[in-house]
Ligand binder design. Structure first.
Ligand SMILES: Cc1cc2nc3c(=O)[nH]c(=O)nc-3n(C[C@H](O)[C@H](O)[C@H](O)COP(=O)(O)OP(=O)(O)OC[C@H]3O[C@@H](n4cnc5c(N)ncnc54)[C@H](O)[C@@H]3O)c2cc1C
Length: 291
């Protein structure tokens, strides 16, 4: 399979890339790791006339930390996220999402921005980012906007990205003390597997033995977009963590999911797995929150 013909551009700054995208109009596509875009171009599913490579833009390649939290450049690759001791210490659910994405080859190329922008319902980065309350920065020539990641997805492969817009940064506040999060992806194989179901949970406690003051649960591959399990979250807030509480929250998460039958698995099986993964991620999040 050959790539269709296109013109290739390699801007060195974000402002240059935005100007180029504005000038080239609808026929231009940003290129990051290419693990999604180039595959779709080879399959003739999309034929951009111009491809704007983002890998020379230094501003969007690094991880920054300040007193408020973290900023991840959209061009950070998944292997660097999985291998970062800072992310594994402070944002372990994100580290878990990155470590299980694709294969070493895919992780070395794929970027966090590309994973978000491709908007696959089973993508591994959105659920952990959603439970950490991440916001994303979208840039167009001369202006930028910040939106909550969970508002970004509008359908499979569809987002709020406007023509010419580039995702530059993912911003995550420092998680509070006595909080913890976890992400588990479930597929039929151990490696190189797109999730059949995935779940991420975040809980924040009043004190190590105290009540749950904040809970966020996000589910992947059980709806057209990654979903917040809001009725499950409502079960948890204001209560003391316990096995029976987590069981009730897991039952509620099943009602939040909107799975379909497909070649990977039935909707019924997916519902069963939502329950199992919600409970397991809550247990792991609690362990991290309590010390
Ligand atoms: C063999 C294989 C296994 C895979 N396994 C998994 C898996 O287990 N889990 C998973 O989640 N995914 C998986 N994927 C899908 C893919 O690797 C990821 O979604 C990857 O993170 C995409 O990132 P990328 O940098 O390669 O994006 P690209 O392919 O470069 O771009 C993807 C899309 O996003 C747009 N885009 C990229 N960056 C930006 C930006 N900064 N601003 C605006 N738009 C942008 C592009 O225009 C394009 O439409 C797999 C893919 C392959 C080929």
């Amino acid at each position: 399979m050959l790539l269709p013909k296109f013109e290739y551009h390699e801007p060195g700054r974000l402002s240059e890339a935005c100007a180029l995208m504005a000038e080239l109009g609808e026929g231009a596509r940003p290129l990051a790791g290419g693990t999604d875009l180039l595959v779709n171009m080879k399959k003739n599913l999309i034929k951009p006339r111009h491809v704007v490579y983002l890998g020379r833009i230094k501003e969007i390649t690094s991880l920054k930390q300040d007193s408020k939290g973290f900023s991840l450049g959209s061009f950070m690759n998944i292997a660097d996220i999985a291998g970062s001791p800072l992310i594994s210490d402070k944002l372990p659910a994100l580290s878990e999402g990155a470590a299980g994405l694709g294969s070493p080859l895919v992780r070395n190329l794929a970027t966090i921005g590309g994973n978000i922008a491709s908007a696959r319902p089973a993508a591994d980065m959105p659920p952990p980012l959603m439970v950490y309350g991440a916001r994303i920065k979208l840039n167009r020539k001369g202006r930028s906007r910040l939106i909550a990641i969970e508002e970004f997805f509008t359908g499979p492969g569809k987002t709020l990205l406007k023509a010419g817009e580039i995702l530059s940064e993912i911003i995550i506040d420092e998680p509070p003390v006595f909080s913890g999060a976890s992400y588990i992806k479930f597929g039929m194989r151990r490696a190189l597997e797109i999730s059949l179901v995935s779940a991420a949970s975040f809980i924040s406690l009043e004190s190590p033995e105290g009540i749950i003051t904040k809970a966020r649960i996000a589910l992947g591959a059980v709806g057209p977009v990654p979903l917040r399990a809001r009725s499950a979250e409502a079960v948890l807030v204001g209560e003391k963590p316990s096995a029976s509480l987590f069981e009730r929250a897991a039952d509620a998460a099943v009602t939040d999911a909107r799975p379909i039958d497909d070649f990977r698995g039935s909707a019924e099986y997916r519902r069963d797995m939502v329950k199992v993964l919600t409970r397991r991620t809550l247990e792991a999040a609690l362990k991290r929150a309590s010390h």
